[in-house]
Ligand binder design. Structure first.
Ligand code: AGP
Length: 624
């Protein structure tokens, strides 16, 4: 997830560059591993870039100030393709010096465009954006008009994008387009702005125009035109609105917390984690592999090491990888791993899962595993982090920067990355045929839309949380892949609402936990899909009966169309059933966790707690 801001003004001054830089400062929450700004000055681009936080770019500008200009575009990067570096920082300038481009998203067919359209061009960096900048400049040379070039471009690319482009030969206008990534226009007095988020320009103007999905905008200092991808002009009156947020609220996209915002970003987090990986023949690949791929055929065990939420994603992964790859997978809390004298050797693949990539417990576990001769693979959300650098292979989750201490979208992206890894291993080791892998990839690609459907029940779950905000104890039950989701649901409620909550395997109920069920005890139960594991489904229903008969109050997460419990809903015993779209049991974890995340976030909201910075916790535990 990156931050874009651009400005076109009525006259040359310092304003355009200053407004861009200030806007980037407000957008730094969207990512900050590199940043840059380009202006047009006397028919040439003037560009400054720096790696690291915006402070580095500020020093760069201070040491050699920008010339005066009427037009500027800036970008702060959260690396998804290509490590943080000056070459990979935006704005990207085409090799013929004609186009400057900034981009937020992932272009899935960039490699194909490079091989088919740019055979004779030597690119310095290795990002998808650079390929697009190059191709856009070719289309501009062909059409002579940046708007027409953009219209042609958007018909030939796949993936997600918010593009903002400038033509060095025409400093009167900025051309932008969006598909799945956000972009909004700010209408000023004698200037207009474009940004990923209104926060970038809200101090200059509260008059905004949303750029909707699959639209192109041509923005001059005193004129705004919107077009669809067919090139037809659009009346945007119904897309105009007044910003009524303050700066702090704007940073959270107008939501109550970064956690809520990040829950709502989960469809994009899954989409971005999937796209850009499947090559033309449907193969998934890793982002980096420093050893011979054939080595993966020799491993006889996988050990996952992680902490907290990341460990729960490992428990989910185990179901998928064992089922597809027929290889034993053990999941260990990283802080326990090396003290139990684990059996680790050159035939073990140790997978470290981490959002921050800086968790010391996990790092130490990886270092121990390497000493024992194991190969290590990181599933990590932060490019350039210690885990990213120290492991022998890496698979990135493209969830974008996660700010709230409680991990939500990164968790969903970690599970998605584990599925991708499982399908990749199954293909390399020959456990599944390509057509079987492709059918699972097809189902995987339905998850973003299914997640969006679950999010439609956000307010319903929030209303239920308001009713339950004073509850003092909540239990979470699940079987099979629902068990780690029950653990994760309990962790969320614990860490942000400070409520004693426990997740456990539903089958354990009769072996002890049922003793604590008393009248009024709130219990969430994740009911597995009826058709995928009928036996597991019926056993969970039996567990629900056992709880109801002891006065427990049940909340069910179940698949749409499963009316096994509707009668109980009417006759009492079941408080609520939150349905989620159908999917196979292995993929159901991605959907079942969302109502539990929303519940925890909402209870904390109604309790007036600091959702994003819960007491005693840090976003990354960098000490053992
Ligand atoms: C999750 O909500 C918690 N913040 C915590 O359990 C976290 O998942 C754990 O500390 C691991 O962090 P990592 O993913 O950055 O390694």
């Amino acid at each position: 997830m990156c931050g874009i801001v651009a400005c076109v003004t009525s006259k040359k001054s310092d304003f355009a560059a200053d407004a861009c830089f200030k806007g980037l400062e407000y957008l730094e929450y969207r990512g900050y591993d590199s940043a840059g700004i380009s202006l047009i000055v006397d028919g040439k681009f003037e560009t400054k870039k720096a790696v690291g936080k915006l402070e580095s770019l500020k020093k760069e500008i201070k040491s050699k100030p920008f010339s005066k200009s009427n037009i500027a575009a800036g970008h702060t990067r959260w690396a998804t393709h290509g490590s943080p570096s000056i070459e990979n920082a935006h704005p990207h300038i085409s090799t013929n010096g004609r186009v400057a481009l900034v981009h937020n998203g992932i272009i899935e067919n960039a490699a194909q465009i490079k091989s088919e359209k740019l055979q004779n061009i030597k690119l310095t960096g290795n990002t998808d954006t650079q390929i697009v900048a190059e191709y856009l400049s070719m289309l501009l040379e062909e059409t002579g008009n940046l708007q027409n070039a953009m219209t042609k471009l958007v018909k030939q690319i796949d993936g997600s994008w918010a593009f903002v482009a400038m033509d060095v030969k025409d400093n009167s206008k900025i051309v932008c387009s969006r598909h799945n990534s956000p972009l909004v226009i700010g209408k000023g007095e004698s200037e207009n702005f474009i940004a990923s988020d209104v926060i970038a320009f809200v101090e200059y103007t509260k008059n905004a125009v949303e750029i909707k999905q699959d639209q192109i905008a041509v923005i001059e200092w005193d004129n705004i035109k919107l077009f669809n991808f067919a090139g037809e002009q659009i009346d945007y009156a119904n897309q105009e609105y007044k910003i009524d947020w303050n700066i702090d609220a704007a940073k959270k996209g107008g939501y109550s917390s970064f956690m809520e915002k990040e829950i709502r970003e989960e469809p994009a987090a899954v989409r971005n984690t999937i796209y850009g990986r499947g090559s033309q023949d449907g193969r998934f690949g890793l982002d980096r592999l420093d050893f011979d791929e054939n080595y993966l055929k020799l491993i006889d065990k996988i050990t996952v090491v992680a902490c907290g939420t990341a460990a729960h994603s490992g428990y989910v992964a185990r179901f998928a990888i064992e089922h597809w790859c027929k290889i034993p997978v053990e999941v260990e809390f990283a802080h326990e791993f090396r003290y139990r004298d684990p059996i680790v050797n050159s035939k073990t693949l140790v997978i470290a899962i981490s959002q921050s990539g800086e968790t010391m417990d996990t790092l130490q576990a990886v270092r121990y595993a390497k000493q024992q001769g194991a190969k290590t693979l990181a599933i990590v959300n932060t490019l350039g982090s210690a885990l990213d650098r120290e492991c022998d292979a890496v698979l990135y989750t493209y969830a974008g920067r996660e700010i709230a201490v409680a991990s939500t979208k990164a968790f969903i992206a970690q599970i998605t990355a584990c599925y991708i890894l499982g399908l990749y291993l199954a293909e390399v080791r020959g456990n599944l045929f390509l057509d079987e892998i492709e059918s699972k990839i097809r189902e995987l690609k339905t998850l973003p839309d299914k997640l969006a459907k679950v999010l439609q029940s956000y307010d319903d779950i929030k209303a239920f949380a308001k009713k339950e905000k004073n509850t003092e104890s909540v239990l979470f039950l699940g079987r099979h892949i629902g068990y780690p989701i029950a653990l994760e649901g309990a962790l969320k409620l614990k860490e942000i609402a400070y409520i004693h909550s426990e997740g456990f395997a539903a089958g354990e109920l009769k072996h002890g936990p049922i003793a604590i069920i008393e009248k009024g005890q709130l219990v969430f139960v994740i009911v597995p899909p009826k058709n995928d594991r009928a036996e597991v489904h019926s056993k969970v229903l039996a567990n629900i009966e056992e709880i109801i008969s002891r006065g427990g109050r049940i909340v069910v997460i179940a698949e749409e169309g499963d009316n096994s419990l509707s009668e109980k809903l009417e006759k009492g015993g079941i408080e609520k059933i939150f349905f989620r779209p159908k999917t196979s049991i292995l993929f159901s974890a991605v959907l079942d966790i969302v109502p539990l995340q929303i519940f925890a976030c909402s209870v904390a909201l109604f309790k007036g707690l600091d959702i994003d910075m819960p007491r005693n916790l840090a976003k990354s535990v960098t000490v053992e």
